[in-house]
Design a protein around this ligand. Structure first.
Ligand code: DX5
Ligand code: ZN
Length: 214
């Protein structure tokens, strides 16, 4: 299991320090990009994400909760290790988002809201590298994990078969439920408030890793 700490719960005035504070427990940095349309919240966009590049060598896991992923993806500076994830429910057609993101030379991820049926992403499984299962309604940090997500992860694993797609899960993951999420089939765990909600991101991230394998 790899940890992708979400900066949504970090101090936005000190993002570079917050990234450093997590230490070696993090395998990625998760960026929640919101446009105020796809979700009723606004965060940051390409200028902020790109500026953080020189503060870390970790791969970027960029979660686009925006209506126009195909239009905005080219504004992110990315390489082969990074992943840009778009939502299947967004306004831009998924085919266009996939083409735009792949054209940047990074990995492409697809995500879906908790109430969107898994069948919505099946047509695209041959063209994506990563699926981000939302275990909360996208838009805000600190929400409760939706337990039905566990069955979805298991079902998704079956649908993926041997395609080598990474399964990431995002929302409400804490030391108390991380093990169940990993056992259901998650390989990447996104955690915001569990990492940045207290005073010590590094200790919190290490606790999550320990709990995942306990
Ligand atoms: C929600 C975001 C999540 C969020 C998770 O829209 O996609 O990445 O930061 O936060 P927690 O871990 O607090 O649920
Ligand atoms: Zn996210």
């Amino acid at each position: 299991m790899k940890l992708s700490p979400s900066l949504l719960s970090a101090d936005f005035g000190r993002l570079a320090e917050e990234i450093r504070a997590v230490g070696p427990a993090s395998a990625y940095i998760h960026f929640d990009v919101m446009d105020g349309h796809f979700v009723p919240n606004l965060t940051f966009g390409p200028p902020v994400v790109n500026a953080l590049r020189r503060h870390t060598s970790l791969p970027f896991d960029i979660h686009l909760m925006i209506e126009r992923p195909a239009f905005y993806a080219p504004r992110f500076r990315v390489g082969p290790e990074d992943v840009i994830t778009f939502h299947v429910e967004a306004e831009d057609p998924p085919e266009e988002a996939i083409r735009a993101i792949k054209g940047l030379g990074c990995r492409v991820g697809i995500s879906l809201r908790p109430r969107t049926p898994l069948s919505a992403i099946v047509p695209y499984l041959n063209r994506v590298d990563w699926v981000l299962v939302m275990s909360v309604e996208p838009g805000f940090g600190g929400q409760e994990f939706i337990p039905e997500a566990l069955d979805r992860i298991r079902e998704l694993r079956g649908l993926i078969g041997d395609r080598g797609i990474t399964v990431a899960v995002d929302g409400g993951i804490k030391p108390g439920n991380v093990r169940a999420v990993v056992e259901a089939g998650a390989e990447v765990i996104v955690a915001g408030s569990a990492v940045f909600g207290g005073g010590d991101p590094r200790a919190a991230a290490e606790e999550l890793l320990r709990a995942a394998h306990a």
